[in-house]
Design a binder for this molecule. Structure first.
Ligand code: NDP
Length: 292
């Protein structure tokens, strides 16, 4: 069984991103800048954001962190995002999303060319139309993993249909010629469906929801889940005894996580280039950055 480690894939993405950022700096004379907004002081959110900004800084990308109270009102967050949208020194905006403000509102507030997570309806729509611009980081990272390990996509089952992972991933893989079955909590007899697939990607957010009995012999499994249980990180798949069944599985931690952060860096440099084009387009109104 192959362990589908994220680190080599992440390193390859980071090397590509470093080159793209060097080229950006050469052309513009400045570093790209990622703004990260954290709402509340949850240690997990603070840690996630710190990991991302440290990775950005290691590539020479600047970062600015905005810490807001967990009681922040929606309009206060909107005003901050709008200020960052207008600030030419900021290229990409990341929001560690609070639970009391709907995701769809936050996605709409961020300018599409600074939408580093790729959640704005314009970016989601372009992805659905097969013309992706900024693609959500986890699906982008998973695609890089599948390409790196040369995994066949012809029979793919995705478990989980969130707007963050499952849905954009299904769209992205379909445009790479995968035949995708998308499952969710209302899927009848999930096991019978996953057992048919050569590749199963699980993003449900329930520790060990699937075990070895869900997979056919020699299938590949990407375990996206990150669940904090009994002081440990656990995936959505129970890896016990799985080596007798599957041909390869991504570990948790050390699988999709590092690749997602690397994909975020790639998107930051993409947004920096889009933001530069956007500024130019403001003085030459015939340029549409999303046509290029
Ligand atoms: P969401 O809670 O937004 O979505 C979960 C999805 O799983 C929903 O579509 C839901 O179905 C489905 N689901 C829930 N229970 C079942 C079940 N019993 N059977 C089948 N489907 C089920 O989660 P996310 O997509 O945001 O995240 C999923 C996991 O991936 C989490 O553990 C998260 O931490 C992790 N994650 C990891 C990342 C990484 O970098 N490694 C990045 C992003 C997420 P329905 O739509 O019917 O409710």
């Amino acid at each position: 069984m192959v362990i589908l480690a994220g680190e080599p894939v992440a390193q390859r993405l980071l090397d590509e991103t470093q080159k793209a950022h060097d080229a950006f700096q050469k052309t513009t004379g400045r570093a790209a800048c990622l703004a990260a907004i954290i709402v509340g002081d949850s240690p997990a959110s603070v840690l996630y954001v710190r990991k991302k900004t440290e990775k950005a800084n290691s590539l020479g990308i600047e970062s600015r962190v905005f810490e807001l109270s967990s009681l922040v009102r929606p309009y206060e967050l909107k005003i901050l995002i709008e200020t960052l949208n207008e600030d030419p020194a900021i290229d990409a905006i990341l929001v560690q999303r609070p639970t009391h403000i709907p995701d769809r509102d936050i996605s709409l507030w961020i300018a599409p060319h600074k939408d580093v997570d790729g959640f704005h309806p314009l970016n989601a729509g372009n992805l659905a139309l097969g013309n992706p611009c900024v693609t959500p980081c986890t699906p982008l990272g998973i695609l890089a993993m599948l390409e790196h390990y040369k995994i066949n996509l012809s029979s793919t089952c995705i478990v989980g249909r969130s707007p963050l992972v499952g849905k954009p991933l299904a769209t992205l893989l379909t445009s790479h010629n995968a035949t995708v079955t998308l499952c969710h909590s209302k899927t009848q007899n999930l096991k019978a469906v996953t057992q048919q697939a050569d590749l199963v990607i699980v993003a449900v957010g329930h520790a060990h929801l699937l075990d070895r009995s869900f997979f056919k012999q020699d299938a590949y499994v990407i375990d996206v889940g990150i669940n904090h249980k009994n002081g440990k990180l656990q995936g959505d798949v129970n890896h016990d005894g799985i080596e007798d069944v599957v041909a390869g599985i991504s570990p948790v931690p050390g699988g999709v996580g590092p690749v997602t952060i690397a994909a975020l860096m790639k998107n930051t440099v993409l947004c920096a280039n889009l933001s530069t084009q956007f500024l130019r387009a403001q003085t030459a109104s015939d340029i549409s950055i999303f046509d290029e």
